[in-house]
Design a protein around this ligand. Structure first.
Ligand code: 5GP
Length: 129
């Protein structure tokens, strides 16, 4: 069965898109740890990041790097943190999280954003790519 992220990639489920190339997509996490929390996802569905081949892994890191630089320009923060988990969605993704505090990397404290805020944020990050 297609993962929820494949459904997003195929446009069956909406997302607040930040960036896309032929192999990847980046969109805002729907339940963010911090404002600007973004997911970078390879379009080919693979479960675990270290099962990607060398080129796929390197491409994902380079795509994530571009998005992280745009994110840091957009959201005031100490730095952008990066995490890979995948326990909830078994489709490789890199979490990029603008950090001011270690608690923002715990996935336990969440921030609520309204639809308009998500839309504006995605547009602003995309504009800084
Ligand atoms: P992980 O698999 O790395 O543990 O976490 C999956 C992440 O995907 C979570 O941070 C969760 O909020 C996010 N997520 C799950 N479903 C959706 C969705 O349908 N849309 C978006 N934008 N994010 C999602």
């Amino acid at each position: 069965m297609a993962s929820i992220f494949t459904k997003i990639i195929e446009g069956e489920i909406p997302c607040y898109k930040v960036a896309e190339d032929n192999k990847h997509i980046a969109f805002l996490d729907i339940n963010p740890n911090a404002k600007g929390h973004t997911l970078c996802v390879p379009k080919d569905e693979e479960n675990k990041i270290f099962d990607l081949d060398k080129a796929g892994y390197a491409d994902l890191m380079e795509f994530s790097r571009k998005v992280a630089i745009a994110l840091e320009k957009t959201v005031p923060c100490n730095r952008v943190g990066m995490s890979v988990i995948g326990l909830e969605v078994p489709h490789v993704h890199v979490h990029l999280i603008p950090l001011n505090d270690m608690s923002e990397m715990t996935f336990q404290s969440k921030v609520k954003l309204g639809k308009d805020e998500f839309v504006a944020l995605a547009k602003e990050i995309a504009g800084n790519l």
